[in-house]
Each structure stands twice: as structure tokens, then as C-alpha cells.
Design a protein around this ligand. Structure first.
Ligand code: 4NP
Length: 164
């Protein structure tokens, strides 16, 4: 009897992916971690984030992303950017892209046997009209609130999906 496995449906590890890993995917990591903690599931789901690009590797999330997140009670300050690497496709059960460009980049890097793990984050956002989390990096501050709105919505759907 594998009792611990009955407490949560698979998957049990999630990687959020954007371009730079300093705005959208660390926001998703912080929000979803917080949701898991509230649900008492933090020990059962591994969560990480990464970027398809390498420009910001080692950096903390963008100041604007950190401030917007802090305004809603999420602390992104411990996070550090890293690039997606080949073993992520084996290591994670679910790999969630912020936009179509990230999705295509991941699909082109991913071995055929793991392609099924890759999806758009907003596939979990229920009836939302959008399928993509827009890149806020070059826009105004509103873009970061929009990221939070979309990520919070999708996080609720993702948590429900993990619970079966
Ligand atoms: P992210 O935003 O993909 O949400 O982290 C970006 C951050 C940096 C750049 C682009 C997008 N950049 O071109 O440096």
C-alpha cells in the first residue's frame, strides 16, 4: 500500500519556463509554491523555474516582478535565474511554458519521449481567453500585475489538476 501516493495525483514535479527566468516564470514559481504551502502540499510537489535564454543566469528576479509579487504576499527574492538544461525534460513531470515562443523552444530541445510533458501554463487557466502570459520586460508596470493575475488563475487550476 503506497499511502503517500494516494494523497496527490501525478504529476509531482513542475518546471515553469519563460525566456529570461527573471519575470514570468519566477513569479509562477513563487505563486504556485505559496499555493502549495497553503494547501499543505509543499512536501509533495517539487517546483522550479528556468529560462530558455541564458542572459540573466544567476540573477534575482527583476525588481518590478519582485515588487509586484511582494504586493500580493509572494517573496521572490531568494530565487536565482537558471537556463533550461537537457535533463530537465527527464527530471520534471510537467514543464509549463509562459508563451508560444517558449513552448516552441522547449519542443525543439526536448527528446521525443518527453514531449508530452510540455504545455502552456494557461492551459490550466480555465475559461480565460488568453493562452499566453505576455512578456512584461519592456512594458510598463501594469504588465507585471497582468502576469500575476494570469499566474494566480492558472495556479488555482493547476493545484486542482494535481489533486485530481
Ligand atoms: P521573462 O522576461 O522571460 O518573463 O523573464 C524577460 C526577461 C528578460 C528578457 C526578456 C524577457 N531579455 O530580453 O533580457
Amino acid at each position: 500500500m503506497h499511502k503517500h501516493q494516494s494523497e496527490l495525483a501525478v504529476p509531482t514535479s513542475v518546471l515553469f519556463v519563460c525566456l529570461g527566468n527573471i519575470c514570468r516564470s519566477p513569479t509562477a514559481e513563487g505563486v504556485f509554491r505559496h499555493r502549495l504551502q497553503q494547501a499543505g502540499l509543499a512536501d509533495q510537489v517539487r517546483v522550479d523555474s528556468a529560462g530558455t535564454g541564458a542572459w540573466h543566469v544567476g540573477k534575482a528576479p527583476d525588481e518590478r516582478a519582485r515588487q509586484a509579487a511582494a504586493g500580493r504576499g509572494y517573496d521572490l527574492s531568494p530565487l536565482r535565474a537558471r537556463q533550461v538544461c537537457s535533463h530537465d525534460f527527464e527530471d520534471f513531470d510537467l514543464i509549463l511554458a509562459m508563451d508560444q515562443s517558449n513552448l516552441q523552444d522547449l519542443q525543439s530541445l526536448c527528446p521525443v519521449e518527453y514531449q508530452h510533458k510540455i504545455r502552456l501554463l494557461l492551459d490550466y487557466a480555465g475559461e480565460a481567453a488568453e493562452r499566453e502570459v505576455p512578456d512584461p520586460y519592456y512594458g510598463d508596470g501594469d504588465g507585471f500585475q497582468r502576469v500575476l493575475d494570469l499566474v494566480e488563475n492558472a495556479s488555482d487550476g493547476l493545484l486542482s489538476a494535481l489533486r485530481g
